[in-house]
Design a protein around this ligand. Structure first.
Ligand code: PAF
Length: 255
């Protein structure tokens, strides 16, 4: 696996890579969910590129950014073992040579659900993904369905801007007790880890959105939203205080 910490060096190398190229953009702290995206890309493409970049513009608070777990050595060993061809580790000044003058704004769905609670989050996500797609120029890019709203906004952005890349959604990977894998799970205390699967248990139950909210609130969760849309039930809820840990999840509803 070649590791690039220079965007220019990567873009020079990109020119010589032929055949389908798969791309998995990440913020590191890789878990089995990321691994499933990487494995799928390795199966479907001649070359696979993974990026690790903790994008500051998608965090709505400094505490959240600072608390984001970093496990770079383990991550790169894992990617090398899986057989990834290139790992891109861009630096802040390289990613934002415009000093944040340009950004991508979506004016509808990005204000709902997570967007209603994390001001500017999707502007940050869409802007960095646009940059990464232009740097890597993949044929296929893989996104996890845990961040379904993110996946949906990226898919629509790619269509809106006529980008020549296929956006591929990949199913949520869960721990045996149902908790959706997330880098943020690393920050859960053992008590919080025991409680967290209740989120999945309740959104998969027959309870109404309001009942789910009520039951989780009684258990001490700070529920942001429980909402049914696109045949799925979505949730965001915080657990703990100082700092709280924000968990999101969604399930496809059986018809
Ligand atoms: O899902 C993530 O890890 C991030 O939002 C992404 C897509 C890598 C953009 O920073």
């Amino acid at each position: 696996m070649r590791v690039f910490d220079s965007i220019t060096d990567f873009m020079n190398k990109r020119q010589s890579l032929d055949g389908p190229l798969g791309f998995v953009p990440t913020m590191g702290a890789l878990h089995d969910g990321h691994e499933s995206l990487v494995k799928r890309s390795l199966r479907e493409n001649k070359n696979t590129v993974v990026s690790i970049y903790v994008n500051p513009t998608q965090f709505d608070s400094n505490e959240d950014l600072e608390a984001y777990p970093e496990t770079l050595l383990k991550d790169s060993e894992k990617l090398e073992f899986l057989g990834v061809d290139a790992l891109l580790l861009p630096k802040l000044t390289q990613m934002y040579p415009d000093s944040f003058r340009y950004e991508i704004t979506e004016k509808d769905f990005s204000y709902e659900m997570c967007g209603a609670y994390r001001s500017g989050h999707f502007v940050g996500v869409l802007t960095v993904v646009m940059k990464l797609l232009n740097i890597v120029r993949p044929n296929r890019a893989y996104f996890g369905e845990k961040d379904y709203q993110q996946y949906s906004l990226i898919k629509d952005m790619v269509e809106a801007f006529f980008l020549d890349v296929e956006i591929i959604p990949c199913p949520i990977v869960r721990d045996p007790d149902g908790l959706a894998l997330s880098s943020r799970n690393l920050n859960l205390s053992s008590c919080q880890r025991i409680k967290a699967p209740l989120i999945y248990e309740l959104i998969s139950s027959k309870s109404s959105d309001d009942e789910v909210r009520l039951k989780l609130t009684k258990e001490g969760f700070d529920v942001e939203y429980v909402q049914t849309k696109f045949g799925r039930r979505f949730i965001a809820a915080k657990i703990g205080t100082d700092p709280s840990i924000r968990l999101i999840d969604n399930v496809e509803l059986m018809t």
